[in-house]
Ligand binder design. Structure first.
Ligand code: 0X9
Ligand code: ZN
Length: 773
């Protein structure tokens, strides 16, 4: 697509970021904005605005007028800052055209506080739930509550004291019995004081582990294998200060002895200490402190982690931006495990998306901005294991650090899922990759392919699969057919229509250990409903099934292309296909600037037969990101159907131009063909990506297109069977309908369910008719 001038500028400049403020040295003009007069605690009338400085000089001016930076990235492109009402007026007067995101920051703080007061009612069952934010003492009370509930699983210790003498409480959860030999994983939140939504995420994990052990097979298996260490408030002084005094305080509360307070703990670790993206100015929000590990909070977590016998994974939890970050985060760092970090990072993204569909971009920290001395880069460097910095919801500065309380539950639940996934990956000897079938046919075999790949060990050739046709049946072993290169296929013969079939796998490592997928095996198999529906067309785009691409004459870039997505997602393009089979249609697969520009590009299916059954459903996965450039949220991705082989078209679906689905990530959609254009044997679908009006960054994808003829499961109720014409009652007209079925061999003839159509079906119908329905 068209690329805006501003985007080109930002991409030419190393993009400094957050507290980057000092790192604004990268653009050579900016004094430390944190030293500006207006910095500090929110005042009545403050707003959060988005401006596009356009030049380094004008960025410097914006930062002078800024009380606090809210956006992750700071450069000449759009940045989001908190300003006083006077500064807002100045920005307007100087022609910055600020777009107001939060008109009244104090009102947001007041509303948040009122909601907290209203929801933090006395006598609640849990000291912390996901209804609102909770102060430090409630969070620690919840840790102690869980420990009191299951002393056999939980222990609580202080790993050290903060600058102001508060304890840094850490809970350790594992199965009863000898824990030696179990792998350690570490999750922490609230290293940054204002990132309140991170606390509920680690506490929700604690709750799920403690309450799920013994009843939930997945949790039980995790705690049998690992020791989970959770530090919900790594920076207690800062967190308390954010509650009492300054809602958007970030650092710890070190007295810098010059009138300023606070060291950014996430610049205080001994990895490239004092390098780019950290500041030596004590007032800065990214002040790195006088030396590596100068702060008791960073010392405490360092010593705790170094004392663990077998650390395999760590997450330092932050907000906001919806990112899964991994090393390198500084140019000074080498990352021999980069491929593994990226692969598990993509899996983390998927595990989050599987919960509510929210998309978190996986990327190296360096792609965001260089930051020296961070916790995540230190823990990777020290242990060379799976280390991540999560940035939780929301995506952008409105609502930024203060998401309303209805964000808390979904965020905490999806991040708990990610912590569990990462814990499993950290210890899984082998990795099973497959897309389970959406349904199994009741009357014909379904083939499932999967791969068995390296985890912490390598697979041998012993792979077994087990299936049961419904929840009450016993498992039987399937024949596993090797396809080469770690790929296998199994065939599920059929299931009991209306039931839920179960499937699990076992494989041996070269060392002879058994790995099971899903981890709970027979107790928690992959569950697949069994239906009589028929998928008459499936396209994962791994081969060419006859799609055509047509473009507007004005289109200059970004035509649909069938490809294995090869870009990194930083411009909003799909970085992988929807089902992880490899292929998808994307709008130009070139790396870098390759989005839709100057018109529309249209992808049209071959003709499909959508007749038969009781209905037809078209399913597909779409990707649209139109949020990244100038003129964002202006263009949609449209879906149209034709019942006449492409002569006329009916719009049936679209994502964008606005809305959460237009911000990247695969979304699965479904259109009822019968209800929109009618069931026809000349059905075509087309997907139209556009860049209209102003030039925008538009990245789109289409994948996993399927057409299902629905039939449901035949009813076993004799009255339903005898209602041959399906009008809801059994009467004379069903007799005539039966005669027609008998003479034509049509559906409804087989009344006694013996599988064929004969005289005896007539007597079966009469028996039901006379017994009355
Ligand atoms: O800058 C930080 O400390 C983190 N972002 S936040 O807005 N929560 O403060 C991100 C650090 C990620 N690491 C690198 N970008 N190197
Ligand atoms: Zn942070």
């Amino acid at each position: 697509m068209r690329r805006s001038v501003l985007l080109c500028l930002t991409s030419l400049v190393a993009v400094p970021a957050v507290g980057q403020l000092q790192a604004a040295g990268d653009v050579n003009v900016v004094a430390d904005p944190v030293a500006a007069a207006d910095i500090g605690v929110t005042q009545p009338g403050d707003a959060v605005v988005r401006v596009v400085p356009g030049s380094a000089e004008r960025l410097g001016r914006v930062l002078e007028l800024t009380r606090r930076i809210w956006s992750e990235r700071v450069g000449r492109g759009p940045i989001e800052v908190q300003v006083s009402s006077a500064a807002l007026a100045t920005l307007r007067a100087e022609g910055f055209e600020p777009e107001v995101l939060i008109p009244d920051v104090q009102a947001v703080i007041d509303a948040e506080r009122a909601s907290i007061e209203a929801r933090r009612f006395a006598g609640r069952a849990d000291a912390v739930d996901l209804r609102t934010y909770y102060p430090f003492e409630d969070m620690i009370a919840f840790v102690n509550q869980l420990a009191a509930e299951r002393p056999d699983l939980v222990s609580v210790q202080s790993i050290g004291q903060s600058v102001e003498g508060r304890e840094i409480w850490t809970m350790t959860v594992t199965a009863p019995g000898d824990a030696s030999g179990r792998a350690d994983v570490v999750f922490n939140s609230l290293i940054h004081a204002r990132e309140w939504i991170t606390g509920p995420a680690t506490l929700e994990l604690a709750r799920q582990l403690v309450r799920g052990y013994g009843s939930d097979p997945r949790i039980t298996s995790i705690l049998d294998q690992t020791v989970v260490h959770i530090t919900p408030v790594l920076n207690p002084d800062g967190y308390v200060y954010a509650w009492t005094t300054d809602r958007f305080w970030r650092k710890n509360r070190r007295n810098n002895n010059n009138g300023s307070f606070g060291v950014d703990l996430n610049r205080n670790f001994d990895i490239d200490f004092g390098g780019n993206g950290a500041s030596g100015v004590t007032t800065s929000d990214i002040y790195h402190g006088p030396g590596p590990f100068s702060e008791p909070e960073s010392q405490a977590i360092r010593d705790f982690m170094l004392g663990l016998p077998d650390l395999r994974a760590h997450v330092d939890t932050h907000s906001f931006s919806q990112l899964i970050l991994y090393s390198p985060g500084t140019f000074a760092q080498t990352v021999p495990d980069f491929a593994r970090l990226a692969e598990v990072g993509a899996g983390i993204t998927q595990s989050i998306q599987d919960v509510f569909g929210a998309f978190y971009t996986p990327q190296p920290g360096l792609d965001l901005y260089e930051a020296a001395g961070t916790f995540g880069d230190w823990s990777y460097d020290e242990f060379r294991e799976l280390s991540y910095t999560f940035e939780l919801r929301p995506v952008s500065s409105n609502p930024g650090f203060a998401p309303p309380d209805f964000f808390i539950r979904p965020t905490a639940e999806e991040i708990s899922a990610a912590y569990l996934y990462l814990t499993e990956r950290a210890v899984a000897p082998l990795r099973f990759v497959m897309t389970p079938p959406a349904v199994i046919r009741a009357d014909e075999p379904t083939t499932v392919t999967f791969s068995v790949l390296d985890g912490t060990a390598a697979p041998s050739s012993t792979v077994r699969a087990f299936a049961r046709p419904d929840e009450n049946a016993a498992y039987s072993e399937l024949t596993v057919q090797p396809l080469g290169q770690g790929r296998y296929a199994v065939t599920l013969e059929s299931g009991a229509c209306g039931g839920v079939a179960g499937l699990y796998f076992e494989a041996l490592t070269t060392a002879g250990d058994t790995a099971t997928f899903p981890a709970a095996g027979a107790a928690g198999p992959i569950a697949v409903p069994v239906t009589a529906d028929a998928r008459v067309f499936i396209d994962s785009f791994n081969t060419d099934q006859g799609w055509t691409v047509t473009n507007d004459p004005g289109l200059t870039d970004g035509a649909w292309e069938r490809a294995i997505p090869n870009d990194t997602g930083t411009r909003g393009e799909p970085f992988a296909d929807a089902e992880r089979t490899g292929w998808a249609f994307v709008t130009d697969n070139a790396v870098g600037n390759a989005d839709v520009d100057g018109g529309t590009t249209t992808l049209t299916s071959p003709a499909l037969d959508a007749t038969g059954g009781t209905g037809a459903l078209l399913r597909y996965s779409l990707w649209l990101d139109n949020t990244r450039g100038s003129a964002p949220q202006e263009d949609a991705l449209r879906v149209e159907l034709s019942a006449d082989n492409g002569q006329s078209w009916t719009p049936v679906d679209q994502i964008g131009p606005a809305g959460p689905d237009a911000a990247g990530g695969w979304v699965q959609r479904e259109v009822n063909v019968g209800l929109t254009v009618g069931q026809t044997d000349s059905l075509r679908v087309r997907f139209i990506a556009e860049d209209l009006i102003n030039g925008s960054v538009v990245e789109a994808g289409v994948d996993a297109v399927s057409l299902t003829i629905t039939d449901g499961c035949p009813s076993l109720d004799p009255c339903d069977v005898a209602d041959v014409n399906n009008d809801g009652s059994v009467n004379d007209s069903d007799f005539f309908a039966w005669v027609t079925a008998f003479t034509t061999g049509g559906p409804g003839c087989d009344q006694n369910g013996d599988g064929d159509c004969s005289d005896s079906d007539f007597f079966a119908w009469v028996t039901v008719f006379t017994s009355g329905c």
